[in-house]
Design a protein around this ligand. Sequence first.
Ligand SMILES: Cc1cc2nc3c(=O)[nH]c(=O)nc-3n(C[C@H](O)[C@H](O)[C@H](O)COP(=O)(O)O)c2cc1C
Length: 188
Amino acid sequence: MKFIDLVQKRYSVRKYAETALDAADIQACLEAARLAPSACNSQPWHFIVVDDPAILPAAQEAAVGRPVAINKFALQAPVLVAVVQEKAKLSANLGAAVRGHSYAHLDIGIAVGQFCLEAAERGLGTCILGWFNEAAIRRLLHIPRSKRIPLLLTLGYPAADSQPTVKKRKSLDEMSSRNRYREKTQYE
Ligand SMILES: Cc1cc2nc3c(=O)[nH]c(=O)nc-3n(C[C@H](O)[C@H](O)[C@H](O)COP(=O)(O)O)c2cc1C
C-alpha cells in the first residue's frame, strides 16, 4: 500500500467487532511506535496493552470519561493501550524548557501516530483518547502516582458497519505556505 493510501485509510474507529486480536499484530503496532523519533532519542513513553478480561471492563469504564461520557464506544473495544509518559533525557528537558514546549508530548504524539498507522495497515482500528479517567487507569494498571498518562488508545477490528469518518481538514493552502508565513503555496 502506498503511504498516502494508508494515511487516507486510517480513521478513528468508534465501533468494534468482537474478533480477538493476534498477538503478532499488537506487537507490530508496538514495534512501529518503538521506532519513532524523539527529542534526543529520549523515547519518553511506555505502552501498556490491556486485554486481561479481569481488568479490561474497568479500564473500558475509565476510558468512557464520565461524567462527560464522550467515549462510550470504548466499552466494546477488545483492547486498550495506555500510553505512560516516562522521564526524558536531561538534554531534551533542557531544550524543551528553553523553547517552552513539551517535547515529550510531541514525541508521544509521533509514536502514537506510528502505532495507529501500523494498526490501519493490518486492518485494525484505533481511536486516540485524550479524555478519560486518568486516576482510575493509574490505579488499575499500577502506574506510579508520579507518572502522567497523556493518552489511551482503543484497538480492535472495526465492526462490519463501522463507517470511516469523512476527513474534514483545512485545505493545503490554509495549512501551508511557501517561503513566507501565509504566502500562497503553489507547487506545479
Ligand atoms: C490528542 C488526541 C485526543 C483525542 N481524544 C479523543 C477522545 O477522547 N475521544 C474521541 O472519540 N476521539 C478523540 N480523538 C480523535 C479525534 O477526534 C480524531 O482524530 C479527529 O476528529 C480526526 O478524525 P479521524 O481520526 O477519523 O481522521 C483524539 C485525537 C487526538 C490526536
